[in-house]
Each structure stands twice: as C-alpha cells, then as structure tokens.
Design a protein around this ligand. Sequence first.
Ligand code: DP6
Length: 343
Amino acid sequence: MEAVGPQERLLDRGATAVAHPNIALIKYWGKRDERLIIPYVDSLSMTLDVFPTTTTVRLSPGARADSVSLDGMPASGEPKRRVIAFLELIRELAGRAEPAVVDTRNTVPTGAGLASSASGFAALALAGAAAYGLDLDPTALSRLARRGSASASRSIFGSFAICHAGRGEGAAADLGSYAEPVPVPDFDPALVIALVNAGPKAVSSRAAMRRTVETSPLYQAWATSSKADLTDMRAALRGGDLEAVGEIAERNALGMHATMLAARPAVRYLSPATLAVLDSVLQLRADGVPAYATMDAGPNVKVLCHRADAARVAETVRGAAPGCSAVTARRGPGARLRPGAGQ
Ligand code: DP6
C-alpha cells in the first residue's frame, strides 16, 4: 500500500458516531437564550438502549457547500438548516472552512413521532468534532451538542445524566450549561415506550416552548416546582426507589403539559389515545404494579417500571388504545465514535 501523506489524510478525514435518544424524568422546557440554546431549568434523563442514530461527517474540501442526507434522502428545510448551522459552529470552533458531507440514519420506527433531535445532535456533535479535528472532553462535547438541541447534551452520556441550565448571560451561560452523568449504578429500570399512532405534530417543540415561556401564566410556577422535583429526584435515584422516581417524573411531566395547555393559544400534544394509555397506567398502579408515565412533545407515553413488570406493562399499554404498539427500553450507552468506519 502506498504511503499516505498528512495532507491526503486530512482530505480524507471523516468520522462516524452513534448516539441514543434519552427521555427526561425532569423535563427541559423553555429557553432563556434562544441563540445559545440555554435552558431555563435543569433537566435529568435516562439514555435509552433503543433507536440509535448513526451519523457520518466527511470533509469535502472541493465542494462548494455542505450536503446533508437524512435516512438516505437529501435533507431540506428546517432539518437541513439546523445541521448546517451546527456545522458552521463546529468550523468556527475548529478554525476550519471546508464543507462537509453529512449522512444521518435514525432507527426510530417511521411515524413513531419520537424526538430524534437528542440522538441526532449528540451523534453530529461527536462525529463533526472528530472530523474537524476538535479535541473536546465529554463536558465540552455536551456543551456543543446543546447548541443543536438542549436535550442532545444529555445523550453524550449513558444511563442517567443531568443538563445544567447554568447562570449568567452570554459566554458565562454557555460555559455553565452542560451535561454530566448522574451515577446510579444499581438503578436499572425498564422504560416501556407506548407508540400511539398519530399524525405529525402540529407545532414543533421549539416553537411550543417559546410560546409557553412567552404566554403561559403557569410557566414560572412549573419552573420553580421543577427545582424541587430535581432535588427530590436525585435523592430518589440515589436510593434506587423506583416508586419515588416514577411519581416525581410523572408529576413533572404533567406539570410541563399543564404549562402548555395554559399557553395562548394552547399547545396540546396529548391525544385521546395518550389519555387512554395514562388511564391504563393508573389501572396498573391500582392493580399493584408500580408504573409511572412521562410524555414529551408528542402523544407517545413512556412508562417507567421494574424490569420484571415490563412485559405486563407493555401488554397493558398495547391494549389501551387502538394501534398502540410498545417497545421496552433500558438504560443505554453514551455517544461513541465508531472505530474505523468513516475515517
Ligand atoms: C419535551 O431539546 O428538542 O423532550 O433545544 O429547542 O432543540 P431544542 O428542544 P429539544 O426539547 C426537548 C423537550 C422535551 C423535554 C426534554 O427532553 O427534556
């Protein structure tokens, strides 16, 4: 094989990263800085072991512009704009200018309506930083991923992670808002994802949280109560207390949806099928099965339970609403570079 000089190696530079989605047990909802994507509140999540996103970033010095494909199709509109804005940020940090070719593959079932921006921007941050030669530690990587989607900062880490909202303004806020692991080695629950069949959401989470912050009279009250929820959640996780973790997660999520329902005009992601699944979760508890629900910016319900109860929980939620399917997840790994591939 011919020797490859440093210049050629640089021209060929690329990296592939894999990241998993996460589900917040204490939610992030609302930004205090829209440009830097600084959350109002701290959030805490569990990274899943299902639905990974795989992203390859390859530098393309001869190209005139970035090219982005999502699931094998050329990206367009808002998703493309967000990826390119993110590449601009990486190039600015790396002091580089070459365009890139980005290929992203999600494994979320089509039409599932599960947010893939967390796994997507975590994988893009890791692959992009590697491709452009940015040497970032996991904290700095989570800060970078946050600029794509605040929830993505948490997917840099496996298992449980907290995203700090940070303090101050501008550069100080940017520095203070990052994710880090919350080590709870003995807490290993199941999260049953109830996929409710529903059309595309009418309003993006980004627009919905902006409207909530600007118009909902309940927002500040929820943000304040969320601080107490986080303190309680940390204690419950430390104690490995599934029932306490579940109760806190459920009240935090319902509170977040209450802030949206009170926005003007209201944002309502919860469909009749969502409510039917929530009823089935209440029934499970009445029948002695500890199961607790959380919902994000969509109609799907994620049910936290003991691993030993996961099959029963999945069967119950499947029967709760027509067309409802269920996937059981556990805690999963943090974002990883795939050795060899794309490099
Ligand atoms: C309801 O992280 O997708 O899932 O920062 O605007 O990209 P942007 O929003 P995003 O919002 C996630 C909101 C949530 C709660 C959570 O994951 O904490």
